[in-house]
Design a protein around this ligand. Structure first.
Ligand code: HEC
Length: 113
């Protein structure tokens, strides 16, 4: 697992985030858990909506991945949607947005591949 990119160099490059490399598998597990638990507290345990809107592929259809990634990374000012830039790299936010558009993975029951 030596594939961490120098994310700081890319912080302003939203287009680069859209083409982001996948995070390494152990980090993907952490990200899935975080989305299911932390994001689920607002967006619903099934991501079908709660305080925040549904994050299902149906609900997000047609929204650009860059837009969704920016929402996750920077939050939406004047709404309850907080920024996650302290917890995530921009590439990771982009990966989450891509997974949401495709149908977010379940948390694995045990160890990962
Ligand atoms: C404190 C509650 C809260 C938490 C926690 C939260 N969100 Fe949100 N989120 C919201 C709200 C409210 C909105 C709608 C903002 C608006 O009115 O535009 C939103 C909007 C979004 C959108 C845009 C949806 C769209 O249709 O445009 C995405 C994507 C999103 N959140 C992802 C996440 C992810 C991923 C996490 C966890 C890393 C997360 N959110 C955590 C409240 C939350």
């Amino acid at each position: 697992m030596h594939r961490f990119l120098p994310a700081g160099a890319l912080l302003l490059a939203l287009n680069a985030a859209a083409q982001a490399a996948e995070p390494p598998a152990p980090r993907r597990v952490e990200l899935v858990r975080m989305v299911r638990q932390d994001c689920g507290s607002c967006h619903g345990l099934r991501l079908t909506g709660g305080l925040g809107p549904a994050l299902t592929p149906e609900a997000l259809a047609g929204k650009p991945v860059e837009f969704l990634a920016a929402t996750i990374y920077r939050g939406r000012p004047a709404t309850p949607m907080p920024p996650w830039q302290a917890m995530l790299s921009e590439d990771e936010a982009s990966w989450i947005a891509t997974q949401l558009l495709a149908g977010f993975p379940e948390e694995p029951p045990g160890r990962t591949r």
